[in-house]
Design a protein around this ligand. Sequence first.
Ligand SMILES: [Zn+2]
Length: 344
Amino acid sequence: MKPLLPTSTAGSLPKPSWLAEPETLWSPWKLQGDALVEAKQDALRLALQQQQHAGIDIVSDGEQSRQHFVTTFIEHLNGVDFNKRKTVKIRNRYDADVPCVIGEVSRSKPVFVEDAKFLRQQTKQPIKWALPGPMTMIDTLYDEHYQSREKLAWEFAKILNQEAKELEAAGVDIIQFDEPSFNVFFDEVNEWGIATLERAIEGLKCETAVHICYGYGIKANTDWKKTLGSQWRQYEEVFPKLQKSNIDIISLECHNSRVPIELLQLIRGKKVMVGAIDVATDIIETPEEVANTLRQALKYVDADKLYPCTNCGMAPLSRQVANAKLNALHEGAQIIRQELSQNN
Ligand SMILES: [Zn+2]
């Protein structure tokens, strides 16, 4: 039987120091060739074990096989030149040196399917796999070819759909699209962002999720959060249309954020991965703090649709801190499970 309040993480977990520089985004690999392939698989096994020991119900690869949640996927596509770089502002927030789209984009072979098959072999638990969403992909590139954000997003949606179908065939139970850009470009989200996301999930029978957060706990993001005022109402702009979309699950940031919890009303009927772990601090949540966030969310989300989760990926944290946070997530969920079973 499916457990009540199945726990999961938004995505990434810290990498071992023998694989990549710890506590760093875009950290270069420390190995090459066959040794790197083997090391990534070993790291995936460890990340899985770490989640299992903590009692996480829906497990992932902890993104051990990729350097970055967007760029690694794009690296495998045709039409993008990684040697030709331009500076753009990512999510209207920080400058980054990004590759250029120089021709038609396409996928000549699967990107993560072998990694997903490997994870599938390691566990019978439900597995979740993360892909970047179309809008977040275009926001991480300089486009010389299409010169239209919308056009490029539709192209990426087609490619993502090919990859997603193969991930589903490999046994992935939930495919998640990371769309932090949905929290920034509201007009575009409503005009074509959600439509391109629905194109990416077309024909899938497995469950689908979209993760919308306020970013990793890096300085550019924490500085931006300081400018958002006492109430973060960004979700209000996109939730109504998302509620009507075909996406099954919405993954969002709650704990320690200034998101008014009642905004969850706007996605009534959807399953919600409620972020009950702050990834922007090393302070470990107590189980009671986690339980409290979940209790608040339960006012607006039915118990059978609530999935306790982390606010975002934990790649920039130390392994120790990430481990302790996973334990807290499980223990906090246990408190609420007990409360719910007593009330029934
Ligand atoms: Zn995130």
